[in-house]
Design a binder for this molecule. Structure first.
Ligand SMILES: [Zn+2]
Ligand SMILES: [Zn+2]
Length: 294
């Protein structure tokens, strides 16, 4: 094909994928736009995928909502990836056990040692698989948080400061006498602050307010829910003022001045090893435009 006609072919409104289709590229789209309404890494173009595309067209692309994937949508997803880099956040999300002193156990490379259930049995140990990396969906949701902070005037004074906790392996857990297993690849904790001043200049209450606003982004824009009563969506830990409308607040577990979100309620087929990655490059994947052309 002549280069010029090739450009025309890829820049027209030809429908590449629509509801009912099944393809590995659709799986990629379901991962990359998960922050727009919420989704799971299926290769099927579902009603949820259609709504997600519509929300992305409406909010990010600012074009007419068609709910189908054409080359414009493909290019916009690649642009979304470039516009909101996650490199620094990914580095911060690695397990920090190798920085501890006086450890009795071997340290990991940032993503656990493939242990299951701490290598032990008994009621004192929660069942916990060390997944081989961090779930890709977490980072694409992080991108959508950055986008909604940028684009909605209710949130424009905010910024994502750091990922304070990403991966926490069994060595890390045992060091801290902790048995929770969400953070073995399925969760991120992020700090949200006001753009105009350093974190140290915030009061604790100010930081809680900033985090509550991002919890609102996640419930409004990603359909995240508090705690783990739902399935196949993003889950949030409670704060003092934000919690499940029916189940209420559990005062024992409050994430106040950080935002905890996770993919714990994904079905097991959406928690397969292929979705857990150890590098920012693998979290991103190849540009969709390349995948489509191949
Ligand atoms: Zn570790
Ligand atoms: Zn957490």
């Amino acid at each position: 094909m002549h280069p010029v006609s090739m450009i025309n072919y890829f820049s027209d409104n030809k429908i590449l994928f629509q509801k009912g289709d099944k393809d590995e590229i659709i799986r990629e789209i379901n991962i990359r736009l998960a922050g727009f309404g919420g989704n799971v890494p299926t290769d099927e173009f579902t009603e949820r995928t259609e709504n997600m595309i519509k929300q992305f067209q409406r909010d990010y692309m600012k074009v007419e909502e068609t709910g189908v994937v054409d080359m414009q949508v493909i290019e916009a997803i690649d642009k979304f990836q470039e516009e909101y880099p996650i490199e620094t956040y990914f580095a911060q999300a690695k397990c920090k056990c190798s920085t501890f002193t006086n450890l009795k156990e071997p340290t990991c490379d940032g993503f656990g040692l493939n242990k299951t259930n701490n290598g032990k049995t008994g009621k004192n140990y929660a069942s916990g698989i060390e997944y081989p990396g961090l779930h890709r969906t977490l980072f694409w949701v992080l991108r959508s948080i950055m986008f909604y902070i940028d684009s909605d005037e209710r949130y424009q004074h905010l910024t994502v400061d750091i990922v304070s906790s990403g991966y926490r392996c069994w060595t890390d857990n045992n060091y801290h006498n902790r048995v929770s297993t969400n953070h073995m690849g399925k969760a991120l904790d992020i700090h949200i602050i006001k753009k105009e001043k350093a974190k140290s200049e915030h009061t604790n209450d100010e930081r809680i307010v900033c985090c509550d606003l991002v919890r609102d982004i996640l419930t409004e824009k990603t359909n995240a829910e508090y705690r783990w009563f739902h399935s196949n969506g993003i889950a949030l830990e409670n704060s003092y003022t934000r919690y499940h409308p029916k189940k209420g607040r559990d005062n024992k577990s409050i994430a106040s001045n950080w935002v905890h979100y996770d993919v714990r309620v994904f079905e097991s087929k959406f928690l397969e090893n292929q979705f857990f990655v150890k590098t920012e490059k693998d979290a991103n994947g190849k540009y969709l435009k390349e995948l489509v052309k191949n």
